[in-house]
Design a protein around this ligand. Structure first.
Ligand code: ATP
Length: 215
């Protein structure tokens, strides 16, 4: 496969190129020169030409690069043409913040449905995302083919909700609660304990701060 031959450094620049080409495309531009690209993405034009040569001869002398062709190529390579819908359970303070954030930096992931036990928030739309009652979770996750869920419920409900997610067929849980939930080996859990991360940072600053931050 051609993709296997792309050097790591080139691969790292792909998202940068991709983001800028998207802007050009949305602005209706059909072509772009490597000099123009170079100025916009702060990569020298020789590197851009070399990078692009790995993707096949997409550029033409005196014409530049076809924006749409490049964009389609990058979309495939970056898997950006494949949108992953994610669910969020527990629309409290943190849940709200994540709904509002909604991973806008990437075009490939978005929170498409949220769930909450609180009847005052269920059946409303929050930051553009529909919030369903918990009773509809299993059905909605299956209809929407959601495999990944973000868990932002209170600690005491984390395990119960994790069990419900497993029962609904979810394959991955991003756990923002400070407890470790138990799940079958077929389900993957990624723990994000913000308080813990912050305390770790403060601990390192207190103990090694001046030695490590100066270099
Ligand atoms: P956060 O911890 O995100 O700052 P908060 O302090 O606003 O949130 P929590 O009590 O932690 O509120 O609850 C987070 C959200 O989880 C609330 O909207 C609550 O209604 C919801 N929630 C609580 N229990 C469950 C449950 N079993 N299933 C689904 N949602 C739940």
């Amino acid at each position: 496969m051609a993709e296997a031959k792309i050097p790591k450094a080139t691969a790292k620049r792909l998202p940068i190129y991709y983001r800028y080409l998207n802007i050009l495309f949305n602005a209706g531009k059909q072509r772009v020169s490597s000099t123009e690209l170079s100025e916009a993405v702060q990569v020298d034009s020789a590197t851009i030409r070399r990078d692009f040569s790995y993707f096949g001869a997409l550029g033409k002398r005196g014409y530049g690069y076809d924006v749409e062709n490049l964009l389609n190529f990058f979309k495939k390579t970056l898997n950006q043409d494949h949108l992953t819908n994610v669910a969020l359970i527990g629309v409290g303070n943190l849940g709200h913040a994540l709904l509002n954030y909604n991973f806008r930096q990437t075009n490939s992931v978005r929170i498409s449905a949220a769930f909450d036990i609180n009847e005052a928030i269920a059946n409303t739309i929050q930051s553009g995302v529909p919030v369903y009652p918990m009773a509809e979770m299993k059905e909605q996750l299956q209809i929407q083919q959601v495999d990944v869920a973000i868990l932002t419920v209170p600690i005491e409900d984390a395990q119960i909700v994790a069990d419900e997610l497993v029962d609904a067929g979810v394959k991955g849980i991003m756990n923002f609660t400070p407890i470790r939930v138990s799940v079958p080996a077929t389900v993957r859990v990624q723990n994000v304990d913000l308080a813990n991360e912050l305390q770790t940072l403060i601990y390192f600053l207190d103990h090694y701060g001046s030695e490590t931050t100066n270099n």
